[in-house]
Ligand binder design. Structure first.
Ligand code: ADP
Ligand code: MG
Length: 347
């Protein structure tokens, strides 16, 4: 073979051009990654250039957020706020954004979501696992400091009033899911499913073009009640079955607390699934609507309408909004359940 100028032109340069056209030599790959963080088992699958490296970066991001927002880690910003004795605390811009979002959602849901519920959760033992039913005096006293308006956020500093403690557990996973989905998209991922223990975030469709199938857990038994088929959406469920204890009399107490009573929300719902483009909105709403109960949740949906929801009532009936009617399929053994479609026009 003769090596001369012509050879370069005819072989090497077209070959280099071809490589460049193929995306700098990177072709789409599929990768999976699972790990434990944010108090839950996290699974991710993604398709895109360098998918494996992108998922490692996503784990890094989530571990960093846990260090920053954990309520128990003495190095976290939330811990610093909770131990500030009423003094102003400087926080990062990211933490300020998360708190602002939680405050906005608290106001929008008329305090059904309230990040200052933390001391009450602790009294019930939900933060430690030492479960107990607190006496009414304890609940009354703790409730007197529960009010999201006791959090004063200004730019990147926050002050909470004495006796107030905050926990962003009801919104943080959704917020982090959005961040990770953005990170994946920026890195060219076109198809992904991120599951943060009940908080599901999807990008695009499955690699074969079909919709993602998201199981909705049966609150009364093992397995799924049905399946939602979605693309490019977040789906978040809050369920009473996730964390609860039972007393000697057989009463069940779960981890979603009604900030008005200080007791586990007794609204007639056993699970709430919310689907929308943003995970943070789904997460905040799934908790808040659980507190509100079916009628109020339906009114809330009619007034906003920028999300879809599936409610499982204590009697086993299902209420779902119009937009999920063709998206949700009941499991075979659950087809006898009564399903009511919530529509915009009055019932
Ligand atoms: P999970 O985080 O268990 O998947 P949720 O998103 O519904 O489920 O959040 C429930 C968590 O939020 C509880 O474990 C508790 O830390 C906190 N929480 C409980 N009730 C409320 C409430 N009314 N407002 C804000 N946070 C709450
Ligand atoms: Mg939530």
């Amino acid at each position: 073979m003769r090596v001369n100028g012509k050879w370069y032109f005819h072989c090497l340069i077209p070959a280099l051009l071809l490589l460049a056209l193929c995306g700098c030599g990177k072709s789409a790959e599929s990768a999976e990654h699972s790990f434990f963080a944010l108090d839950t088992y996290i699974t991710m699958q993604a398709t895109g250039p360098d998918a494996e490296a992108v998922l490692m970066a996503a784990e890094e991001q989530m571990q960093a957020r846990e260090r920053q927002w954990s309520v128990t880690n003495p190095d976290s910003e939330i811990y610093a706020i909770n131990h500030s004795d009423g003094n102003m605390v400087e926080i990062s811009l990211d933490t300020a954004k998360l708190i602002q979002f939680a405050l906005d959602m608290s106001a929008q849901t008329d305090g059904a979501l309230d990040p200052t519920i933390y001391p009450v959760l602790t009294a019930w033992g939900f933060t430690t696992g030492s479960y107990q039913v607190p006496d009414q005096d304890t609940i009354d006293e703790l409730l007197s400091a529960v009010d999201y308006r006791n959090i004063h956020l200004k730019d990147s500093s926050v002050t909470i009033e004495d006796g107030v403690q905050i926990d962003l557990g009801a919104v943080a996973k959704g917020y982090i899911g959005d961040e990770v989905a953005d990170l994946l998209r920026e890195q060219g991922v076109t198809s992904a499913l991120i599951n943060l223990g009940g908080n599901v975030q999807t990008i695009g469709t499955k690699p074969d073009g079909s919709l993602w199938r998201i199981g909705v857990r049966n609150p009364f038994a093992d397995g799924n009640l049905g399946v939602l088929q979605v693309e490019d959406m977040a789906v978040v469920t809050s369920g009473g079955y996730e964390r609860y204890f039972t007393d000697e009399a057989g009463n069940t107490y779960w981890h979603i607390i009604d900030p008005k009573t200080g007791y586990p929300a007794d609204s007639g719902l056993v699970s709430v699934t919310v689907a929308a483009s943003e995970g943070k909105r789904c997460d905040a709403l799934s908790t808040a609507l659980f507190v509100m109960g079916p009628e109020q949740a339906a009114d809330y949906w009619r007034s906003c309408g920028d999300f879809e929801m599936l409610l499982v009532l204590a009697d086993g009936d299902i209420w779902l909004t119009d937009g999920l009617n063709n998206t949700f399929t009941l499991s075979e053994k659950d087809t006898n359940r009564e399903v009511t479609v919530i529509r915009h026009e009055t019932k």
